[in-house]
Design a protein around this ligand. Sequence first.
Ligand code: DX5
Ligand code: ZN
Length: 243
Amino acid sequence: MILSPSLLSADFSRLAEELAALEAAGISWLHLDVMDGAFVPNITFGQPVIKSLRRCSEKLFFDVHLMIEDPARYLASFRDAGADMLVIHAETDRHPQRTLSEIRRLGMKAGLAFNPGTDPAPLRWLAPDLDMVLVMSVNPGFSGQRFIPQSVAKISAARALLDEAGAGHVLIQVDGGACPENTAQLVAAGADVLVSGSAFFNHPPYAACHQRFLSAARTAADSAHLARCTAAAQWQPGRALKK
Ligand code: DX5
Ligand code: ZN
C-alpha cells in the first residue's frame, strides 16, 4: 500500500518543514487537493503553490487531485508547476478520454475520480487511458469527513471492471476518511493507494503513523496488490519537468 498524505491537513504556515518531515517519515507520495469553489464548495490552492512546493521536494511524487470544472484548460500549467499525476473528476469533463490521453502526452500519469454517487461503469471504456482510478469515499470538498461505508463495495466493483477490461495493473486510490482502522478492509477490497488528511497529520509522529497504515495494509495485501505497488514505486517524481 502506498500512503499519500493530503496536504490539506498540513500546517499551511510551514509547508517546507512539513514536506521535509514527510520525506523523513518514509513517505513517497504527496496528495494535493486543488478546489475551485465551483465543482466543490471550497477553495484551496493552485499552480503557484504547487510550484513552490516542488522547489522544496524533488523526492515526493506529486499526486494532484483536481476538483475543478473543465480541468482540460489547465493540464500543461499543472505539469509546468511540477505535477507528476493529474486526477480529473468524471463529473467535470465531457470528454474524459481526450483529457486523460492529453495528460499522458504531457508526460504525467493520468487518473480518473468518481464521486460517491457516480457509477464507475465508464472504466470499461477508459481503462486503457488510465494509470489510476480514484474512488471518493466522502463527497469532495473538506478533510475530516466520515468514511461512506458503501465505498468498500465501490472499490471492489472498480477492481472487477478493471480486471474485466484487462487493466489489472491500474492502481485504485481511495480518498476520504481513511485511517489505520479501515486500511485492511480497503486493501482487501482492491485499494492500492490511500489518501489520508486528518488521520495522518493529526496523529504525529509521522513515521509511526505511516507504519500503522503500512502494518494494517500488510495483513490484507495479495500478490496482485504488491505487484501494482512495486510498479508504482518506479514512477519518477519531477519527470514531467525534466523532459
Ligand atoms: C476531500 C479531499 C481529501 C481530504 C482527505 O475532498 O479530496 O483528499 O483531504 O481528508 P481526510 O483523510 O481527513 O478525509
Ligand atoms: Zn483528495
